[in-house]
Design a protein around this ligand. Structure first.
Ligand code: HEC
Length: 107
């Protein structure tokens, strides 16, 4: 998915997934409702990536697979954060996370 392909509707859907209104997403529980991180999960707004290159594809891969062996946290991230997300919901969540770390450059 090229960044130019991210549409506002995808980001809006991803916001709902992230905050658990759609798909039972649990992201906010570990990454914080503002995505700035908690002791259970890293800040997703910093533009610094522990996994992958920060592209929408890389973020989507991380979300789909989870992180079985975190680098800086003791708990793991289960695939899709433990929820059952559709491929579209995974890509939407990735678009949302991508947009968070690229504020100012509205995709
Ligand atoms: C149970 C806690 C937990 C949940 C739920 C969770 N995560 Fe994570 N997430 C983590 C941990 C732990 C890591 C790995 C951090 C590390 O390597 O130290 C991580 C890593 C990530 C990364 C990679 C960050 C980087 O620096 O490369 C992304 C993106 C991400 N999560 C997005 C999500 C999204 C979107 C959801 C919801 C679908 C979600 N996470 C749900 C705990 C969680």
């Amino acid at each position: 998915m090229a960044s130019a392909g991210i549409r506002p509707a995808m980001i809006a859907l991803g916001d709902s997934v992230y905050h658990g209104q759609v798909g039972g997403g649990t992201c906010a529980g570990c990454h914080g409702s503002d995505a700035r991180g908690t002791p259970l999960g890293p800040d997703l707004t910093s533009g610094r990536w522990l996994w992958g290159d920060g592209s929408p594809d890389a973020i989507a891969n991380t979300i789909a697979r989870g992180v079985p062996a975190p680098k800086e946290h003791t708990g793991v991230m289960p695939p899709m954060g433990g929820a059952q997300l559709t491929p579209v919901q995974v890509r939407a969540a990735a678009a949302y996370v991508y947009a968070l770390s690229h504020t100012g450059a509205t995709p």
